[in-house]
Design a protein around this ligand. Sequence first.
Ligand code: E4P
Length: 217
Amino acid sequence: MKFFVDTADVPAIAELNDLGMVDGVTTNPSLILKSGRDILEVTKEICGIVAGPVSAEVVALKADEMIAEGRKLAAIAPNIAVKVPLTWDGLKTCKVLSSEGFMVNVTLCFSANQALLAAKAGATFISPFIGRLDDINLDGMELIAEIRQIYDNYDFKTEILAASIRSVNHVKQAALVGADVMTAPPSVIKALASHPLTDKGLEQFMADWAKTGQKIL
Ligand code: E4P
């Protein structure tokens, strides 16, 4: 499973990237707002750090303007994936930009039929939002499983990018149902390393080691 980091926080991306944990980055208008940075500048900086796909989202609502914005974002670096919303205009934009050879991430996906349309429009990635479905008492993971089945039935090459990941359990479940990629905030990626029995075991080892009176260095 590929790990994308869902943030525009450059130091956080750099730290995880140094550990080999970052296969790509996703941003959105809310994350750009949170970063307090200019979208073109921060996206270029991120593309200079991360070799994999870096999603940058268009903000126009009409296809013609989305396509123009997408071309401008794609010109930032060769590893840009243009992010478009799953609307009819977004699908038109996806078709045009993917035909021009750009990577396209179709975002704000909440149904299997939406994912089917995105694949037919040539999306590189489809982003089903797990957490936001869970927020309204639906089952985000069931959606990932449905999309996996449909894409496998018809051999679609679009990668399933599990998004709106809020917990370590979401990461495990997305991996179990076969998401190709997951994108999560740095805090969730770091939390994957934690286990209370690891902490407890380490505490015991340190206490026993101190009693030996030995040193390694
Ligand atoms: C994905 O590309 C989105 O940026 C993100 O995962 C949305 O997550 P949220 O629902 O926690 O805002």
